[in-house]
Design a protein around this ligand. Structure first.
Ligand SMILES: Cc1cc2nc3c(=O)[nH]c(=O)nc-3n(C[C@H](O)[C@H](O)[C@H](O)COP(=O)(O)O)c2cc1C
Length: 414
């Protein structure tokens, strides 16, 4: 019977344990978590979501405070088109986050940064370009482009000195998305180094509609394997979404995937950025508590716990401080939903907005409890303590459980 450790992910001549810890913004997949994956010979992701805020928390900078002060005059204005990011600050925050992570790297694995394209930041092209270029300047091993169609993103880096040496990959949820990407990028003469194929059971935003339950990861991978074979393309595929045990991972590794990307199991790791209180909510969840809804202003369905505080919270849009989801014209679907509610209840001091949520603020405060479908199984991966809470686990324990377990077994902590 095979285990994950019988396989290796190959990039050129180098080999890695085929376990990738997925990016989880905002600083849920911390540097500490990513570094453990790399130390153990796999690949870890940090995320550059809301990186100015991450820098303030980690390095005591004051980027968010400075931006809020600068745009203070606009706080009561529903037109946010003037609220822009300072590209120099964005570069500096990215550099600090990536550089300090890379300096701490030990072991043979790699550190990638997850860049969500849907963070359009009231200037989609220039902000994405600065984010990616600064991460490469700061020495990151690779970039995973997520939540978007990535059609022009490789082009934004074409002149960067590391364009051909850094590992660049994309996340897709269908063979069609991959085909379009390859067609649009053909002129660059540079294939992605890896393609993460994310199925409908993943955490975070989904690359499916609300009919997500009709799709199945193994089927999508089989279609992509067939397509790559027909086109005679050799690109490592990474399966992601709902891979809960080492045995689940082996079945993908035996059927055309070069590695797996996992996240949900690591949300209850000591190194994960979620507060312990939230980790306990993940442990406690039962299957009915995990829902997919459309409250994310990005337009993508998102999976979360149904008791997540973000649902229905009617806070004032906080774009002067954050504004990561403002599109190129300064609009965000939450601002529209909020204004409609205010117009309906002009005299109310507090309102509830059910349709959309202020995702920046709630992700920043760990009040949007996004999670994978199998979160309800986390309680079976640990022990209950005397006070009734669940024991969080070391990232090493979870990583090695994926790497060495057989027979659908999950090793409990000491
Ligand atoms: C709490 C959480 C936050 C996530 N945030 C992001 C994100 O910011 N960007 C992204 O590309 N994927 C995100 N994901 C998806 C993961 O990176 C990963 O691909 C997926 O969840 C793997 O499936 P699994 O959770 O069932 O193991 C998130 C997942 C979780 C559980």
């Amino acid at each position: 019977m095979k285990r994950v450790d019988d396989f290796r992910l190959k990039f050129g001549k180098k080999e890695y344990v085929p376990i990738i810890v997925g990016g989880m913004g905002v600083d849920i997949s911390t540097a500490e978590l990513a570094l453990e994956a790399a130390r153990l010979g796999g690949i870890g992701h940090i995320s550059d979501a809301m990186v100015n805020d991450v820098s303030d928390r980690r390095f005591d900078t004051s980027f968010v405070k400075d931006k809020t002060r600068f745009y203070k005059h606009n706080i009561d204005n529903s037109d946010k088109s003037s609220v822009k990011f300072d590209l120099g600050v964005l570069a500096e925050a990215t550099r600090r986050h990536v550089e300090s992570t890379m300096q701490a790297k030990r072991g043979d694995g790699l550190i990638f940064v997850n860049c969500m394209e849907k963070l359009t930041m009231n200037g989609p092209r220039e902000t994405l370009q600065v984010r990616m270029a600064s991460a490469l300047d700061a020495g990151v091993d690779g970039i995973t482009l997520s939540a978007g169609l990535h059609l022009g993103s490789f082009g934004l880096l074409a002149d960067h000195p590391r364009f051909r040496d850094a590992k660049l990959g994309i996340i897709v949820s269908s063979v069609r998305a991959l085909q379009i990407f390859l067609r649009k990028n053909a002129r660059l003469n540079r294939l992605p180094d890896f393609v993460i194929v994310e199925g409908p059971l993943a955490g975070g935003h989904l690359g499916f509609g609300m009919d997500w339950a009709q799709y199945d990861l193994a089927t999508i991978i089989a279609e992509i394997v067939q397509f790559l074979k027909t086109e005679q393309l050799d690109i490592p595929l990474i399966a992601a979404g709902g891979i809960f045990t080492g045995s689940d991972a082996v079945s993908f590794l035996e059927n055309g995937s070069a590695a797996v990307q996992v996240a949900t199991r690591f949300t209850v790791a000591n190194e994960c950025g979620l507060p312990n209180k939230v980790k306990q909510e993940y442990f406690k969840a039962s299957e009915e508590d995990i829902i997919v809804n459309t409250i994310s202003p990005t337009g993508y369905p998102m999976r979360m716990l149904k008791n997540t505080p973000a649902i229905g919270a009617g806070i004032r849009p906080n774009c002067e401080a954050y504004g990561y989801l403002l599109d190129g014209n300064g609009n965000c679907a939450y601002i529209t939903a909020y204004n409609q509610e205010v117009a309906l209840h002009p005299k109310s001091k507090t309102i509830s907005v059910m349709d959309k949520t202020c995702l920046c603020t709630h992700m920043r405060n760990f009040n949007c409890w996004t999670c994978g479908h199998y979160t309800y199984r986390l309680k079976d991966t640990t022990r209950r303590l005397d006070d009734g809470s669940y024991q969080t686990l070391s990232a090493e324990h979870i990583f090695k459980d994926y790497q060495f377990s057989v027979d659908q077994k999950v090793a409990l902590p000491e």
